[in-house]
Design a protein around this ligand. Structure first.
Ligand code: NAD
Ligand code: TDX
Length: 332
């Protein structure tokens, strides 16, 4: 494998993956990204031009996708509409990008017999009760609950069908909640860090008892690299780092790390249909591919992330006011 196409390369996880894969391999990377509100070309600054190319474009643009797929050995597909709250306001772009965009890419990969890796989420499995001893596994039943997770679930089904019906050389990964540098300020952790930096109180939806299974984005990248290199075609791998935390505990940790009282947050209107708990059992990935996460200590990873937002205000500041105006309109 020499050349790969990374869709959604200007987004949070896509850009972190590109930095990771270019540092750890000699691959040539082409990023295809529409630069929606969530994409930021500055997240890809400083990459060596002889091994990196950026193309602005839409994954629903079949002739463009066909041309770009023809020239690479593998496609790693991160591009998506990714925010649950947005999907509750306007689901249409989620159907277009997550379903039609994935369809467009796998048609091109089928035509050119290109290796394909599809990035998905644990949200396709719905949610768990707080005390449920079971975690999600590769054989959990699909039970998506939001327009976002429903379109991601649909995209997974398309990839699985293309593997079975057309012999598409594909793998799928479903990862838990990511945190780390370059995450848009609409998402939970960067929203609260930047609120605190601005002297505003963090906002917790509902009672704050919802649980997410946090993984550092660099560990997601190393897992995807392992699957791309050694994953078995047709298989799904769940990616997680045993990082379950309630939202309330995360906000209290952030407030303490940033020198504030751990009670200095507000409870606001809950998200409609808010999933209660996600939790990943990643034994298959660990046993089969020997993957281990590097960021075992959540508090240390969180402290690194706080520092990154403190040091990179120029990166997030342009999005902050518009994001908070949008949340104010939703009662959040
Ligand atoms: P993001 O919203 O930060 O980035 C998405 C990127 O895709 C943006 O750069 C955007 O411009 C681009 N994009 C959107 N529509 C496009 C289109 N039609 N054509 C081309 N580019 C388009 O999202 P993220 O958090 O980096 O998520 C990346 C992937 O990982 C998604 O598939 C998401 O479902 C999945 N995922 C995310 C998480 C998480 O915690 N963020 C967890 C598990 C899985
Ligand atoms: O201000 C907030 N207050 C709050 O309490 C925000 C923005 C969120 N929340 C809660 C909602 C969730 O319980 O925090 C939790 C995390 O919220 P998000 O960052 O919006 O993530 P989530 O909805 O869990 O989905 C994320 O993980 C799975 C990503 O956005 C998805 O792309 C990924 O598939």
């Amino acid at each position: 494998m020499q050349r790969i196409l990374v869709t959604g390369g200007a987004g949070f996880i896509g850009c972190n993956f590109i930095h990771y894969i270019m540092e750890h391999t000699g691959l040539h990377v082409t990023a295809l990204d529409k630069l929606t509100y969530a994409g930021n070309i500055e997240s890809l600054a400083g990459l060596p031009p002889e091994r990196f190319e950026f193309v602005q474009g839409d994954i629903c643009d079949a002739p463009l996708v066909d041309r770009m797929t023809a020239g690479v050995d593998a496609v790693v597909h991160f591009a998506a509409e990714s925010h649950n709250d947005n999907s509750l306001q306007d689901p249409r772009p989620f159907v277009d990008t997550n379903l039609v965009g994935t369809f467009t890419l796998i048609e091109a990969a089928r035509k050119h017999s290109t290796r394909f890796h599809h990035i998905s989420t644990d949200e396709v499995y719905g949610d768990l009760a707080l005390e449920d001893p079971q975690r999600f596994t590769e054989s959990s039943v699909y039970r998506p609950t939001s327009p976002y997770s429903a379109t991601k679930a649909g995209s997974d089904m398309l990839v699985r069908a293309w593997v079975r019906s057309f012999g598409l050389q594909a793998t799928i990964s479903n990862c838990s909640n990511n945190y780390g540098p370059y995450q848009h300020v609409e998402k939970f952790i960067p929203r609260q860090i930047t609120n605190i930096l601005d002297g505003n109180r963090p906002r917790l939806y509902g009672n704050g008892h919802n649980v997410r299974d946090w993984i550092h984005v660099e560990d997601h990248s190393s897992a995807v690299a392992a699957i791309l290199e050694r994953g078995r075609i047709g298989e799904t791998y769940l990616i997680g780092a045993d990082g379950e935390q309630s939202n309330r505990v995360v906000v209290e940790k952030l407030l303490r790390q940033m020198g504030q009282s751990p009670e200095a947050y507000d409870l606001v209107t809950d998200r409609p249909g808010h999933d209660l708990r996600y939790a990943i059992d990643s034994s298959k990935l660990r046993k089969e591919l020997g993957w281990v996460p590097r960021f075992a200590d959540f508090d240390a990873g969180l402290a690194d992330t706080v520092r990154w937002y403190q040091d990179n205000e120029a990166w997030w500041r342009p999005q902050k006011a518009a994001t908070e105006t949008k949340y104010a309109g939703q009662g959040h």
